[in-house]
Design a protein around this ligand. Structure first.
Ligand SMILES: [Zn+2]
Length: 242
């Protein structure tokens, strides 16, 4: 069966002399496809088997076993990301993270959010904010969603004074002990990050203080609640240290 799919090549294994098996992240999950002869200079598959471009692929699809790549076109090469070391590190981390998340549920939605995040970063929007937005949305699939409606300790939906990465959510006035008090703007923006539709974002004007507080919160929350460790995140954190 011939199938048209859109996706991003996230890994490859050499196969025989001139071929590769490529792993493609798609809206149905990660699929393995053999690209015959793609290492030959004259192969039409050469350009579309480069890693981390958003392409459309035409494949001979085999339900059980390896599918074969027939042809393809580049939809978005992400060239602005690729020529910038920092942006490149964001892309690698987001791809590693999505690899871990995509098997956990709505592959279609996860893939869309991943691609739209890369498109927005490539267009020049703030990569840290976009990364945090995606991380927040992924928490639902990692079994660690944040409840943005009520105090995590008592269920009270009024008098919320802060959010705690250790307790795992909002803290109300009555339950507050020694948790860090975040500015109200941080709480508001966090909820907005979670709710926003990534593909509609056109402008991101948020003060550095708020952006950095949110990033710190999300890093701590991931450490406490998701149980995932991603090496490329460590590298990224070193690059963007503020
Ligand atoms: Zn409470």
């Amino acid at each position: 069966m011939i199938k048209k799919i859109q996706g991003v090549i996230i890994g490859e294994t050499p196969y025989k002399e001139s071929s590769k098996i490529v792993n493609i992240m798609t809206s149905v999950g990660i699929i393995g496809v053999i690209a015959k002869g793609c290492k030959n200079i004259k192969s039409p598959l050469r350009v579309i088997t480069n890693k981390l471009s958003y392409n459309e692929f035409i494949i001979y699809y085999h339900e059980n076993g390896l599918s074969t790549l027939k042809e393809g076109t580049v939809i978005n090469y992400f060239d602005n990301i690729k020529k910038d070391l920092t942006l490149n590190s964001y892309m690698i981390y987001l791809t590693d993270l999505t690899k871990q998340v995509i098997s956990e549920g709505e592959t279609n939605k996860i893939f869309d959010d991943y691609i739209n995040t890369l498109i927005k970063i490539n267009e020049g929007l703030n990569p840290l904010i976009l990364t945090n937005i995606l991380e927040l949305k992924y928490l639902d699939y990692l079994g660690a969603p944040i409840n943005f409606n009520a105090c995590v300790k008592c269920g009270n939906d009024k008098d919320i004074v802060t959010i705690s990465s250790i307790d795992g959510g909002y803290i109300c006035k009555n339950c507050h002990e020694n948790q860090i008090i975040y500015d109200n703007k941080v709480l508001k923006m966090l909820k907005m990050y979670y709710l926003v539709d990534i593909k509609t974002i056109s402008d991101l004007k948020i003060s550095d203080n708020v952006v950095n507080s949110i990033n710190d919160f999300i890093n701590d929350y991931y450490d406490s609640y998701t149980g995932i460790y991603i090496k490329s995140k460590e590298f990224l954190n070193k690059i963007i240290e503020y």
